[in-house]
Design a protein around this ligand. Structure first.
Ligand SMILES: Nc1ncnc2c1ncn2[C@@H]1O[C@H](COP(=O)(O)OP(=O)(O)OP(=O)(O)O)[C@@H](O)[C@H]1O
Length: 471
């Protein structure tokens, strides 16, 4: 990207600068007045602009044009050309955001030095923005369980295609992390990753936010679809998108182009679409809240992100990952997790999934004694009350059952949790729960618990779902 827009009302000067720059390997575009210049800027912003302050026979002077550029394309560096003795105006231009100025008559070497520096500064700025974008949230995904490995192998299959992916999974399970993983491993990794939080954008502003806006006073304001050009757009909680916007998005997906709000020229964008939902979209369609046709367009490759309870095996690994991350980013103490704390965490209920686990670790590191291993006593009580230390809190229908059935329901739930914690390995489970392997097998049989093989690892479940009496 080394194309330079030269704006000067004197033809000789424009052409002279253009010849010099083309000899140096740049490509150039020329404009002789403000209308021509604005037309070229709107068609395609250049990598750099050389702008004369005085433009004869023009509606706008150089300073007005500069203000437009700094508002609509702040990354484009502008080098001002000012007449000899116009130093105050040149300084005013710098205050408005111009990169530098050169005085007429200028010398060629001086012009080239300024341009090289401006190009370099703008390249660094672009790279910086890209890094910042990548850094805001990493695409690092952690896990080793069978459920996790299944997820990664499904994500791997879609990274190199352009197929639209729908990520299903409960809140906090890692849908956005999965979307970032797809982006980071795709051939659009260098392009932007833009998140549209459908639940948090005011429905009245949704179209403006997505499509951008055009008005005579404010010119062109790009929307998120344009921001994502060349990269990926992620519709988070897509079921929260208003019905009206759904129809418009559907049209964009079909036509690959759209109009900005208040605009009359079609805008073309090249982007990949990944969406997520924690709701059952088919129920939303049946309830008339989600458009079936949009669902079919977005749901080309459905991928399920498992809840944390379906991947309990990963809990110690994730906890360690968060401890290390919080040490790096917030300077919280780097502590190991004791075996009993890890085991207790593996048996807890996690309605908020990985996000809840991360928040809990952060709280423990902030409030804890700061040294040595994290013990189970340090884990917050509200999270482990159902599995509390001495007391067992009865939940749901368990309290209404006769003792024998309640005990069976407890044993079933307890053993299911333990087996899944040990990745389906019966010997390790037997050792941990303190039973002989054969006795454990008999017990599981009497409780209707079976283990089946899934993605190279064993998963326990109840053979006849109706016998489960615990919620
Ligand atoms: N496999 C993983 N490895 C590392 N961190 C993870 C993983 N899964 C989730 N996280 C972390 O858990 C938190 C929640 O993840 P994320 O925002 O992706 O969830 P989500 O399903 O998109 O949530 P929501 O539906 O509420 O938007 C984040 O801090 C994320 O970094």
């Amino acid at each position: 990207m080394s194309d330079i827009l030269i704006v000067d009302d004197e033809r000789d000067i424009r052409e002279l600068i253009s010849d010099i720059l083309e000899d140096e390997g740049y490509t150039t575009r020329l404009a002789g007045n403000s209308d021509d210049c604005m037309g070229q800027l709107n068609a395609e912003p250049p990598a750099l602009m050389i702008l004369d302050i005085w433009l004869k026979d023009s509606r706008m002077d150089g300073i007005d044009i500069l203000k437009h550029v700094k508002r609509d394309n702040p990354d484009v560096p502008v080098v001002i050309i000012s007449g000899h003795g116009n130093i105050e105006i040149a300084v005013a231009a710098i205050k408005q955001g111009a990169y530098d100025f050169i005085e007429k008559p200028f010398n060629i070497d001086q012009l080239l030095v300024v341009i090289r520096r401006a190009m370099e500064a703008s390249r660094l700025r672009r790279e910086n923005n890209q890094l910042k974008r990548k850094d805001t949230q990493s695409a690092e995904m952690i896990g080793a369980s069978a459920a996790y490995r299944t997820l990664v192998s499904q994500l791997d299959k879609v990274t190199k295609s352009n197929g639209r992916v729908m990520l299903n999974g409960p809140a906090g399970s890692g849908k956005e992390v999965a979307a970032r993983f797809i982006h980071a491993h795709s051939n659009r990794a260098e392009g932007p990753f833009v998140v549209v939080s459908c639940a948090s954008i005011d429905p009245d502003r949704m179209e403006q936010v997505l499509f951008g806006r055009e008005s005579p006073e404010r010119g062109v304001e790009k929307g998120l679809l344009e921001e994502a050009h060349g990269g990926m757009i992620y519709f988070d909680e897509v079921a929260d998108m208003p019905l009206g916007t759904q129809s418009k998005i559907l049209r964009v997906l079909v036509d690959q182009q759209f109009l900005r709000v208040g605009g009359s020229d079609k805008v073309r964008v090249d982007l990949r679409v990944v969406s997520s939902t924690s709701r059952n979209l088919e129920a939303e369609i049946n309830g008339g809240r989600f458009r079936q046709e949009l669902f079919h367009r977005l749901n080309v490759v459905p991928i399920t992100v498992p809840s944390l309870e379906e991947r309990r095996e990963d809990i110690p690994l994730l906890a360690q990952h968060f401890i290390e991350g919080l040490n790096r980013t917030q300077g919280l103490p780097l502590r190991a997790l004791s075996e009993e704390a890890a085991a207790l965490m593996q048996t807890m209920v996690w309605p908020g999934n990985v996000r809840q686990l991360r928040n809990m670790i952060e709280r423990v590191l902030i409030l804890g004694d700061g040294r040595g291993e994290i013990t189970s006593a340090e884990l917050p009580k509200e999270e482990n009350k159902a599995q509390g230390e001495d007391r067992v809190v009865l939940s749901g229908s368990l309290a209404t059952l006769p003792l024998r059935e309640a005990r069976e329901a407890f044993e079933r739930e307890y053993l299911l949790t333990q087996i899944n914690r040990f990745g389906g390995n019966i010997s390790r489970t037997a050792q941990f729960v303190g039973m002989e392997r054969s006795a454990l097998h008999r017990k599981l049989k009497s409780l209707n618990v079976v283990t089946t093989s899934k993605a190279g690892s064993r998963v326990a479940h109840v053979e006849d779902e109706e016998t489960v009496e615990v919620d």
